[in-house]
Design a protein around this ligand. Structure first.
Ligand code: 13P
Length: 343
């Protein structure tokens, strides 16, 4: 199998059949914040148990095709001593890895950020491939205010996404290109569409300049939604229409798949939005699925609450959300499905 065939095979496995990706790649400080909010202590062991809960959920592979891990997790073993990477592979879930090292203050415009992690990336990708990863993620963060984002912020982040994607393709890892326009703020859905359009335009320019093979990557964008504190919240069908319009304008048809981030939407709303996008009467040249973090994890985290006796309840909550999102990825979700959660 050639390197190109391997990349394309990985992509097909990630996006086919109504499956999507679990983003479980929070850094130690971020996952610590989430655990501490429920008075769960964050240790290497408790973080391992938390991740194992998802990865070992019976049947998770019916709806989850890939899981994005953090550096700590890709090196951890399950409670019974099996590498977590193997736990995933036994379920038919492809391991992926977050490879950026975070959004840092942008020199010259310190209220904005540029995502770092390019130094030494070639060597790290090689190591992660050896550890079993077959795809990678890099997240650029763009904030909307009246004056931001600056064109500097958009361009440096786009350039870094191009550098990262080129190195991934060289290393045999599918790059998931994630330019996230944040939903924080009081902006309208129209402003979100305008900024996201500019960002996607700059990102695909950079990918083109750096000779990325568009058929061998996935895009992980935000949906086009109203800012979280905008008084006028767009409806589900408005979000679907605006999202597909924006993506059709800026994402080349050669890109095989779009896997959305949830970005702070509630779990059920993120599912409803994905389903509405997939049932819209507008041609879409790409497969459209999910790569959710919070929208897949939050109900399971609440059900588990760090308690051994509630581990299975956490897995049931995760299975249910994965099933609902799997249905939404095929445009077959309905509110009735929410009632089918195991008790
Ligand atoms: P959310 O779905 O919680 O936004 O996480 C997805 C992700 O991977 C962000 O980088």
């Amino acid at each position: 199998m050639t390197a190109a065939q391997e990349l394309e095979r990985t992509i097909q496995a990630l996006i086919t059949g109504g499956k999507g990706i679990l983003a479980a790649d929070e850094t130690v400080p971020t996952v610590t914040k989430r655990l501490n909010a429920l008075q769960i202590e964050s240790t290497a062991d408790s973080r391992r148990t938390y991740r194992e809960m998802f990865f070992a959920t019976p049947g998770a592979g019916e709806f989850i095709s890939g899981a994005i891990l953090y550096d700590e997790t890709i090196r951890q073993n399950s409670s019974s001593g099996t590498p977590l990477v193997e736990v995933l592979m036994k379920q038919g879930i492809i391991p992926g890895i977050k490879v950026d090292i975070g959004a840092k203050a942008l020199a010259g415009s310190p209220e904005e950020t540029v995502t770092e992690g390019l130094d030494g990336l070639r060597g790290r990708l090689k190591e992660y491939y050896g550890l079993g990863a077959r795809f990678a993620k890099w997240r650029a963060v763009i904030r909307i205010t009246e004056q931001f984002p600056s064109s500097t912020c958009i361009n440096v982040n786009a350039h870094a996404l191009g550098r990262y994607a080129a190195l991934c393709q060289e290393a045999g890892l599918v790059p998931i290109v994630e330019p996230e326009v944040l939903m924080d703020g009081g902006h309208t859905i129209e402003r979100c569409a305008e900024v996201t359009g500019c960002v996607l335009h700059a990102v695909f320019n950079a990918l083109y300049d750096q000779q990325i093979v568009l058929e061998q990557m996935l895009l992980k964008p935000n949906m086009i939604i109203s800012g979280m504190s905008c008084p006028k919240q767009a409806s589900v069908s408005e979000v679907a229409t605006a999202t597909v319009r924006c993506l059709r304008r800026y994402v080349p048809a050669a890109v095989p798949g779009i896997v959305f981030l949830s970005g702070g939407q509630s779990d059920v709303l993120a599912t409803r939005h994905l389903n509405a996008i997939n049932t819209l009467d507008t041609p879409r040249p790409w497969v459209v699925s999910f790569s959710y973090g919070r929208a897949l994890q939050d109900p399971a985290l609440l059900a588990w609450h760090g308690k051994t006796e509630q581990f299975k309840a956490g897995q049931q909550a995760f299975y249910h959300r994965a099933k609902c999102n799997g249905a939404a990825a095929l445009g077959r979700y309905s509110e009735a499905l929410e009632g089918t959660a195991a008790q």
